[in-house]
Write a protein that binds this ligand. Structure first.
Ligand code: DGT
Ligand code: CA
Ligand code: CA
Ligand code: ZN
Length: 577
């Protein structure tokens, strides 16, 4: 950890030097910061112990000024010079410095000559050929900059919740096992269950911060310590994910958990509310504005109680009506994982699944499900070697036998049928009508325009045999955007045609998203949370779907697979005479 400490201080001093150079500061001053950075990077001893022993200024290249900065950085993770530079220079320049091959000289050149102050402007200028004309530049360096911007964007993009969450849980688990930690929790967008995560935020309650911080920066998954102060540090994991850790006194843990869970807009609304009551809320607690008396902060409940509200679940904290609902005692009783009674979308070896039907059904039973729908692909999706009409009928017979054999679980003979380009389905309607559960999905022709796609999907819903629209937007997080479709029109059609909407809980999909779930609730269309399992271990993996549904304000009554088998049959019977 000591080495990380030195590296952090050295990096911040080098950053200060770079930014001073861009600002046009005296070259000697810039050089002094660079020299100090170098000297600290090469230290054999931890900079913090040398500060304590007052031996740091003995090192060549480190003067009194550098000692003062180093001590600030060790204490707070930053220094006055950096804070001032952050005020003086456009924020975008900092990001430009993170582009491979771009040092302060080039950034200054682009900024001074062309007024380029952020990545977007840099990219535009490069594409327009404006960089190549500058001194010491050329077409080759210009092309390289475009490549590097692209690479940077790939690296620094938001990470799907399902990728970030396990990494967060692993860190929390290690920190919880330390003797000195009283509480360890994830905060930030991860705790709110956002579908993608910018960085992870981990909070630790402990009387003393060193133990947790040392453990954290030395985790095997840590690739780089980006910043280390007394109670806060930031690292980048090998996976590319950035993690912020903060250590707090147990007495302010609730206040900090509330503050760092966010969202920012929720925090602002809660703080405004506190102000109107003569209170002040910070990450340290709730205080009386006039007397400064501390009124609480050990738990989040205390924060909410101080402003006269019941506890608001993290998933709702987006300032999208949750404060008003809490005030009126009208918060939803959000769906919980234990409410789900079955999984309604999974594949077997009859199409592109890895396990056979009987294995999947047995596993579903062992998970405690009351029912399970086997929904293999149909033959219209050739890559999956799906079922044709005869194959589907044969599978239905087999599933009836499996249900008897396994017992204690209802097995629905389902299918995931293709919605063809014209909106028809790839299996005859009279065959589909005999199935117990029909999902219809779009797996082809993603590039059609919104009007055509919307009409295509609505035609499928109007077939009368579809129970559920599968992954309604086709998006793949971080990989493929949603196809163009008017979801509002689709929801209205689903309501009319008595069709449910899937919330596909596969980590790469989360489709429907939370906003559309909330809209489905308003329109009265039931949501089905499904795993889309293609392998045994994916069956019943519905947690991310539950989180997304909670962010969409869904209660168990809005989620079809929290209903009993009989309720589902009754719902279908309203459409299928
Ligand atoms: P992310 O990381 O982009 O996925 O989103 P968050 O929400 O995790 O944002 P992050 O990591 O920048 O900050 C964590 C929380 O800290 C954020 O949700 C609310 C709180 N916070 C951060 N900056 C501010 C601020 O300027 N004002 C207020 N009121 N809260 C803030
Ligand atoms: Ca975050
Ligand atoms: Ca953060
Ligand atoms: Zn599927």
């Amino acid at each position: 950890m000591a080495q990380h400490d030195n590296k952090t201080v050295a990096e911040i001093l080098a950053r200060v030097a770079d930014l001073m150079e861009i600002r046009g500061d005296n070259a000697f001053r810039v050089r002094a910061f660079r020299r100090a950075s170098q000297a600290i990077e090469n230290l054999a001893e931890p900079v913090s112990s040398m500060l304590e022993a007052k031996t740091l200024s003995d090192i060549p290249g480190i003067g009194a000024g550098a000692v003062a900065r180093a001590s600030q950085i060790v204490e707070s993770g930053t220094c006055d010079d950096l804070v001032q530079l952050e005020k003086d220079l456009p924020k975008g320049l900092f990001e430009m410095l993170r582009i491979g091959g771009l040092g302060p000289k080039k950034v200054k050149l682009f900024y001074d000559e062309l007024g380029i102050a952020d990545l977007d402007a840099l990219e535009t200028a490069a594409r327009a050929g404006h960089l190549a004309a500058l001194p010491r530049m050329g077409a080759k360096s210009q092309a390289k900059i475009l490549d590097e911007i692209e690479a940077f964007r790939r690296r620094s993009g938001r990470i799907p919740l399902g990728v970030a969450l396990p990494q967060g849980h692993a860190i929390v688990e290690v920190l919880r096992a330390l003797p000195g930690t009283e509480r360890v929790d994830l905060a930030g967008s991860c705790r709110r269950g956002r579908e993608t995560i910018g960085d992870l935020d981990v909070l630790v309650a402990a009387d003393e911060s060193q133990e947790a911080m040392d453990c954290f920066v030395n985790l095997p998954a840590v690739a780089e310590v980006m910043l280390r102060g007394d109670t806060k540090c930031s690292v980048r994991l090998d996976s590319g994910l950035q993690v912020d850790l903060r250590v707090l006194e147990p007495a302010s843990f609730g206040a900090a958990l509330h503050y760092f869970t966010g969202s920012k807009h929720h925090n602002i609304a809660v703080r405004d509310r506190a102000k109107r009551k003569g209170l002040r809320i910070s990450e340290y607690g709730v205080f009386c504005e006039s007397t400064n008396e501390r009124l609480g902060g050990a738990s989040e409940e205390e924060i909410f109680a101080a402003v006269g509200l019941p506890f608001i679940p993290p998933e709702l904290r987006e300032n999208r009506g949750e404060i008003e609902a809490a005030e009126a005692q009208k918060l939803p009783r959000l769906l919980e994982a234990g409410d789900l009674r079955g999984d309604m979308h999974l594949h077997t070896t009859d199409s592109d699944g890895k396990a056979d039907a009987v294995t999947m059904v047995r596993h579903a039973k062992s998970l405690g499900f009351d029912y399970v729908a086997i929904t293999d692909h149909s033959f219209g999706l050739p890559v999956t070697q799906g079922l044709d009409a005869a194959g589907l009928v044969a599978q239905r017979e087999r599933l009836r036998r499996i249900q008897e054999e396994v017992g204690g679980i209802e097995v629905l003979a389902g299918v995931e049928a293709e919605i063809l380009a014209d909106g028809s389905l790839d299996l005859p309607v009279d065959v589909l009508r005999e199935q117990d559960w029909v999902i219809a999905s779009v797996h082809s022709g993603f590039s059609m325009g919104s009007e055509e796609m919307t009409a295509r999907v609505i035609a499928a819903l109007d077939s009368g045999v579809v129970d559920c629209l599968g992954h309604p937007t086709g998006r793949l997080l971080g990989e493929r955007d949603a196809y163009a479709i008017d979801l509002e029109a689709v929801l209205q059609a689903a309501s009319r045609a008595h069709v449910a909407m899937e919330l596909n809980a596969a980590p790469s999909r989360l489709d429907l998203n939370a906003n559309t779930c909330r809209r489905a609730r308003e329109v009265g269309v039931p949501v089905v949370i499904s795993s889309d399992a293609h392998a045994l271990e994916q069956l019943g993996a519905l947690e991310l779907g539950v989180t997304t549904a909670r962010r969409g304000w869904l209660e168990s009554k809005h989620v079809l697979n929290s209903w009993s088998y009989e309720q589902i049959q009754a719902w279908r019977a309203q459409r299928l005479p």
